[in-house]
Design a protein around this ligand. Structure first.
Ligand code: FE
Length: 290
């Protein structure tokens, strides 16, 4: 049997994030979900929020709807409370994370519970396949201690979603097999990770500097990795910290209007009509995990 030579993923595209005002006036740095990158199947949006100025986050995200996809929020610093129109409540603290399957519909708020200090983290939107868009919503929420950390010689990997070299995170994604790691590298350390060939993958560098196959990755860059078997990342002199995310593309048409992401324009009109008529929320979301 002939073995195919291993292909190394390169930095196919490096995108500088765009500053966007969201919610009631919160500053976020958006990469996926901008004119430069509408989506990256199965991912629909990536926001990095991070500020030590309360004016930039205090207003939070009051009641707003979602339908047709998942949101995954990873809190690096701070305290945010989540509340939905069906009475579910949850707290996100430093290092914790929440997966919300909006499915057929959720109306919720995401509000800071602090008036000073740093609040930072990421929110990623992950699409659902057509057959799950109108499925029952649910939440999987865990505090920091629930996410395993794999300590290697020159690196530390926190497993938020998926499986890192046999260490599995607590959250289940039955639709797009998303893996999501928070990777910290010591100065000049190398990091190599095998990724299934056809998965979409990206990194977002939020501390330090890095290099991928000869390309310098500046701080706050969003990097789309080319298809391939493995990614190799080298940290700069002051180390590097990034999220590495992979997922199975869905390959279906996307019709999007703000927080409604469906397959057809007709389904979008239905979502807007349902929201207007107070029928967006059809089922109470179940709480899974703690
Ligand atoms: Fe939301």
């Amino acid at each position: 049997m002939k073995t195919r030579p291993k292909t190394i993923r390169t930095a196919e595209r490096i995108i500088q994030t765009v500053e966007v005002t969201e919610g009631a006036g919160v500053t976020v740095y958006r990469s996926i979900g901008t004119p430069a990158l509408r989506n990256l199947d199965p991912f629909l949006m990536l926001d990095h929020f991070g500020s030590d100025d309360p004016d930039a986050y205090i207003a939070g995200f009051p009641d707003h709807p979602h339908r047709g996809f998942n949101t995954f929020t990873y809190m690096l610093d701070g305290h945010m409370q989540h509340q939905d129109s069906m009475g579910n409540k949850g707290d996100l603290n430093s290092g914790g994370a929440q997966w919300m399957k909006a499915g057929s519909g959720v109306i919720h708020s995401e509000m800071p519970q602090q008036t000073e200090g740093v609040m930072s983290g990421f929110q990623l939107w992950i699409n659902l396949p057509a057959n799950a868009k109108m499925s029952e919503p649910n939440y999987q929420e865990y505090s920091s201690a629930a996410f395993p950390i794999v300590q290697e010689k020159d690196s530390q990997v926190k497993v938020l979603l998926g499986d890192y070299k046999g260490t599995k995170g607590p959250i289940e994604d039955p639709y797009t097999s998303v893996s999501y790691f928070d990777v910290e590298l010591n100065s000049d350390a190398g990091f190599a990770y095998a990724i299934e060939k056809d998965l979409t993958s990206f990194i977002y560098l939020f501390e330090g500097e890095a290099e991928i196959e000869g390309k310098t990755i500046p701080l706050h860059s969003f990097v789309i990795l080319s298809k391939g078997d493995e990614v190799k990342i080298t940290a700069g002199d002051n180390g590097a910290r990034f999220i590495l995310v992979t997922g199975q593309p869905i390959g279906e048409p996307i019709a999007q209007y703000g927080p409604f992401v469906m397959n057809t324009q007709e389904e979008i009109h239905q979502a807007m009509a349902d929201y207007r008529d107070g029928k967006l929320v059809q089922q109470k979301a179940a709480m899974i995990g703690s």
